[in-house]
Design a protein around this ligand. Structure first.
Ligand SMILES: [Zn+2]
Length: 316
């Protein structure tokens, strides 16, 4: 068997997920093991290498077929060097992950941040399959982002391109402080955290809403209430959609992507949310920059990370 394969590693705070992809981005095999974050940097690095070895050894493929290993990791990176400056959820600082893995595995290794890698996964083999230019949003605890132009990740000068959650878009009078320290970032209103905060504020203000009966409000509660006709909840979801749409209108004239892909927990709201985003996008985007542009849901779910990590090797 001489088929080329690509190994992807998605390093999370609790689990490390590894996958084998073929040239088309099909996920052929997966393997998952604990990160063991509490045991410290050396153990985490050994686990990454070990799980990559395990998946190849347990498969019907061999190391001669492996074109390389791609790694997606959340944190501040020096991407070209594969150097992890700081990964807060793993408590890793100042480690050259690329060098360590290349020494240990004796194959080419590329490292990139988790949001970029997930975007590449969707662009390569998910909702953006066959599309070279797309912008991806992940609506979760924060708003993650990744930009793919000409089939490749846009990294920028300091690896900070595609940080869509930190587009400062909420006007000062309405802005609150973001986790990054700045005011009015997109993720303060369009993430699950932002939606929950706006709902709790409304309840505390005494607004008439069914959400006042919910004990521990989750983003899904707000979306469900909005779908059921609760006006306060509907305003909150609309605000989240509004700023997403406005940010896309900006991206459209800056990059003119063919497709916006939206993933993450909040995206499960489906067309109820997407239709509102599309309406705002329609209204604010210059005509030629919006013609034929699609806004679609991500399709790979939790596999976007491993698939995209494998794709790093092919799309480098
Ligand atoms: Zn921010």
């Amino acid at each position: 068997m001489s088929e080329k394969i690509y190994v992807g590693v998605d390093v999370g705070g609790t689990a490390i997920k590894v996958g084998i992809c073929n040239q088309e981005g099909e996920l052929l095999q997966t393997y998952e093991g604990p990160t063991e974050t509490a045991k410290g940097t050396d153990v985490i690095l050994q686990n990454i290498a070990q799980y990559a070895k395990n998946i190849v050894e347990e498969s019907s493929y061999n190391w001669e077929q492996v074109e390389g290993v791609g790694v997606g990791i959340a944190g501040f990176l020096d991407i070209p060097r594969g150097y992890v400056k700081f990964a807060p959820n793993l408590k890793i600082r100042d480690v050259n992950l690329k060098d360590y893995l290349e020494d240990t595995l004796q194959v080419k290794v590329l490292v990139n941040n988790d949001a970029n890698v997930a975007a590449l996964g969707e662009a390569w083999a998910g909702a953006g399959k066959g599309i070279d230019n797309c912008v991806c949003y992940t609506l979760g605890t924060g708003v993650g982002g990744g930009i793919i132009i000409g089939g490749k990740i846009v990294e920028g000068f300091a690896g900070m391109a595609g940080e869509l959650g930190h587009i400062a878009i909420v006007p000062d009078l309405e802005a609150i402080q973001c986790g990054c320290g700045k005011m009015g970032c997109l993720e303060t209103v369009s993430s699950a955290t932002g939606i929950i905060r706006m709902a709790k504020d409304a309840v505390e203000r005494g607004d008439r809403t069914t959400l006042s009966l919910v004990e521990n409000i989750m983003a899904k509660d707000v979306i469900d209430a909005a779908k059921a006709g609760d006006e306060v909840a509907a305003r909150i979801v609309n605000r989240a959609a509004y700023y997403l749409g406005r940010s896309m209108a900006v991206m459209a004239v800056v990059l003119n992507p063919e497709c916006f892909i939206i993933g993450g927990g909040v995206s499960k709201a489906g067309d109820f949310l997407f239709d509102q985003i599309r309406e705002v996008f329609e209204k604010y985007t210059q005509n030629e920059a919006k013609d034929g542009v699609k806004i679609v849901a991500a399709t790979l779910g939790n596999n976007a990370g491993v698939v995209g990590a494998a794709g790093l090797i092919l799309r480098a």
